[in-house]
Design a protein around this ligand. Structure first.
Ligand code: GLY
Length: 318
């Protein structure tokens, strides 16, 4: 059995590519890297890689991570600028004994030394979004926009190896140096080939409060199906945050276990994800959260898929 699950519709082309690799017997490490790179390279996704939205100083600072569920090796970069594929740098870092998580200048220096492709990640389109946002809030203090479309993936290959990886430009208008959950092991991602893996998207500051990806893997280890594990962890964190802080940020999670069973949960409307397992084509599903916290999903219609691309690629009206 092999499979791959990922946050958001934007992951579909990557998941499709990754699944072709898995079907040919390639490793979960290579497949998840290739899949995330596909998302990083697409200029119209404004929260990951090239075309990602900048921080309040109009710099694109990217976070990414990679985890190998066989060895529990992790690698991550945070607030890295001017490199095309942060996930590949994270994967390379996972091979080191120490210095697995590098930030800012240190991460850039490592990437340069290792010969990773440099690229100005700030597109004209992202600049237009920045100017538009600045204008909108000209009278107020700039606040990070709560858009949070991190790409997070969990992958299982034919040999039973599981991996997880993430990539994001983080919150639009974030402070320079701000790091979200995506490069933080246990929060944005976790993979253990003996159990399964999970990955998050949403408000990093709140996802971190529950170490939620690890929590889901822990629940799967106790025997819960990925769907139950996701729902239990998301609902509990949502409830705790509301009780203790009066509100909860966006929390959306995907997970897969070592048998290729998968699950998702969210506390928002409008969460989508892409998934494929051996024998089933990659598809996008839309999640609906019921009053009781139970999440159901249905396949995205052709109209929804067309509209999604149209909206992503529409000119930015400043
Ligand atoms: N979940 C992405 C972030 O908060 O940066």
């Amino acid at each position: 059995m092999w499979g791959m699950i990922a946050t958001w519709r934007m992951a579909l082309e990557g998941v499709t590519k990754g699944c072709e690799m898995l079907g040919r017997g390639q490793s979960a490490g290579d497949a998840v890297e290739a899949a995330i790179r596909e998302v990083e390279d697409f200029p119209y996704y404004k929260s990951v890689g090239y075309g990602g939205l900048p921080n309040e100083e109009m710099e694109v600072e990217l976070d990414a991570a990679y985890m190998d569920g066989d060895t529990l090796s992790i690698g991550a970069v945070a607030a890295i600028r001017d490199y095309a594929n942060p996930v590949s740098i994270a994967k390379r870092l996972s091979q080191e004994q120490v210095n697995n998580v590098l930030v800012g200048e240190g991460a850039e220096k490592f990437a340069h030394k290792e010969g990773f492709e440099r690229k100005n990640m700030l597109t004209d389109r992202a600049k237009a979004f920045y100017r538009k946002r600045k204008k909108e809030v000209a009278e107020q203090e700039l606040k990070p926009y709560s858009g949070h479309d991190t790409v997070g993936m969990v992958c299982l290959d034919q040999k039973g190896t599981m991996t997880a990886a993430t990539s994001t430009s983080g919150l639009f208008m974030k402070k320079k140096g701000r790091v979200g959950d995506s490069p933080i092991a246990g929060s944005g991602f976790y993979a253990d080939s003996k159990v399964g893996g999970a990955s998050a998207t949403g408000l990093g500051e709140d996802l971190m409060k529950g170490c939620i990806s690890y929590e889901i893997v822990r629940l799967m280890k106790e025997g819960l199906h990925p769907q139950e594990a996701c729902e239990r962890a998301v609902n509990l964190l949502d409830q705790e945050l509301k009780e203790r802080r009066g509100k909860a940020g966006d929390l959306s999670l995907i997970a897969m276990n070592k048998a290729g069973q998968w699950g998702v949960a969210t506390n928002i409307e409008g969460f989508s994800f892409a998934v494929a397992v051996e024998g089933q084509e990659p598809k996008v599903y839309l999640v609906r959260r019921g009053e009781d916290g139970h999440c159901s999903f249905e396949e995205a219609s052709k109209e929804w898929m067309d509209d999604y691309m149209r909206t992503r690629m529409a000119p930015v009206e400043e």
